[in-house]
Design a protein around this ligand. Structure first.
Ligand SMILES: [Zn+2]
Length: 445
């Protein structure tokens, strides 16, 4: 039996059913699970002092392309809309291989961990030069984050009227076979699972209708989740109307891409009928506000979706379109962006924090994560609010989003300390950064 006691927090934000915030409270972890939350707990195990800290559930990231940390701030892609941005980056991505995929994943996951994330999904939809999904799975294992990798895919290349170059697309039969391989090899459906695999054709404009349908059938057969990009911007809607004769929501519904086991990234352009469809079908949304701003895609109707009962979570999106992977900053951006559109009372700091934690766990189908309650997995972020950023704050919980700090002091995943005093404990981060920069220079050369 292994115990860790997080003691004497300024506030413990539970995200339980009553959204209780407990002043001066402790959290007791036993064998990777939360054993108690309350004031004056005792343990004979390790003690981590949390004086001056806000303790929250670990944040959940529901959309990323980790490999893109190798193509941050690429000059030709800095100021382009989605389709032009993709066309600039595809030839660079085509030069990557297994080492690039693994190292870039370590970088992206380290950045997430330091900014409060304990559970991340990833959407890997290109496999150049022998790269495989497990290159990212091994990286997540090294760093110790809970991981939901999705087996993405592109099958319609330029010669067939698609957007990506032919060298980056795969045969549809090969895609489905590799989905089966990675699910059978790496998917763990059990409670407390550290790895769940999903099926994720890249987008309706890079795979066929047939593959969308087959992917949905396969995912249901295997009991895994489905993920893709949907209704990202006006170009995306125009493409759907021109190619499929319907809006993206209709396309998704027709092909089996709605349900509690599906989540779509972006959904910036969902109309009211589509929001209603998502509510009825319990389909989830990965809201990626920084990427939407960066690519000028628009403001997702998060207020309307939340009011209608749609499950909304956060995603930092790939690092070629953010270009940060800072999840607490993403929560702040989500809050600010709704206010731009709907006024200052459109989203509170606490609601944004709820979307970033509980909301993410709900979208990814993880009732065992997302809140600090007895029996839940011990995925915990500890934020030091005694420092510069929150100095003078009257409400330390709201200050997390309104002021800072931008990084955690400590982070626990499944009860294991992945960040201690602001440093990753599991990998030699300075060395990985060096390798990453060397690989980026090679790609640029
Ligand atoms: Zn994306």
């Amino acid at each position: 039996m292994r115990e860790v006691l997080i003691r004497g927090a300024e506030v413990v934000v539970t995200m339980d059913g009553a959204r209780r915030e407990l002043a001066g409270a402790d959290v007791l972890i036993r064998d990777g699970v939360i054993a108690a939350v309350g004031v004056g707990l005792a343990s004979t195990g390790e003690v981590v002092l949390a004086r001056g800290c806000v303790v929250t559930p670990g944040l959940v990231n529901t959309h990323h392309h980790l490999y893109q940390t190798l193509t941050r701030a690429v000059p030709g892609g800095q100021d382009a809309l989605l389709f032009g941005w993709l066309k600039t980056l595809y030839p660079i991505w085509a030069k990557m291989g297994p080492e690039e995929i693994r190292v870039s994943a370590l970088i992206g996951l380290a950045e997430l961990a330091l900014t409060g994330c304990t559970l991340s999904s990833d959407h890997l939809y290109l496999y150049p030069n022998g790269a495989r999904l497990e290159d990212t799975i091994h990286a997540a294992g090294e760093i110790g984050l809970r991981f939901h990798p999705t087996r993405g895919a592109m099958s319609i290349g330029e010669s067939a009227g698609g957007l990506p170059p032919d060298s980056l697309v795969e045969r549809e039969a090969d895609i489905l076979n590799d989905c089966i391989r990675v699910i059978d090899s790496f998917h763990d459906a059990s409670e407390g699972s550290m790895c769940r695999v999903g099926v994720a054709p890249c987008s309706p404009f890079s795979v066929s209708r047939g593959l969308m349908k087959d992917a949905a059938d396969l995912a249901r057969d295997k009991g895994v989740m489905l993920h893709t990009h949907l209704a990202e911007n006006d170009e995306d809607i125009a493409y759907s109307l021109a190619q499929f004769g319907c809006r993206p929501g209709q396309y998704a519904e027709d092909l089996g891409w709605t349900g509690a086991d599906v989540w779509h990234a972006h959904c910036v352009k969902l109309d009211s009928a589509e929001i209603d469809l998502f509510t009825r079908s319990r389909t989830g949304v990965a809201h990626c506000p920084c990427s939407n701003c960066r690519l000028g895609s628009g403001i997702a109707p998060v207020r309307a979706m939340r009011d209608a009962g749609v499950k909304v979570a956060l995603g930092v999106d790939g690092s070629a379109s953010n270009d940060a992977g800072n999840l607490i900053a993403e929560a702040r951006q989500a809050m600010l962006l709704q206010r731009v559109q709907n006024g200052a009372d459109a989203m509170s700091a606490r609601e944004a924090l709820e979307i970033a934690t509980l909301g993410g766990a709900q979208v990814l189908g993880r009732p065992d994560c997302g809140s600090l309650e007895v029996g839940k997995r011990a995925d915990i972020a500890i934020w030091d609010v005694s420092g510069l950023e929150a100095a003078g704050a009257w409400d330390p919980v709201a200050a997390l989003l309104l002021a800072g700090p931008p990084r955690v002091r400590h982070l626990f995943v499944e009860g294991r300390q992945v960040v201690r005093d602001g440093q990753i404990t599991t990998i030699d981060l300075p060395r990985v950064i060096e390798t990453q920069n060397r690989l980026a220079r090679q790609l640029a050369g």
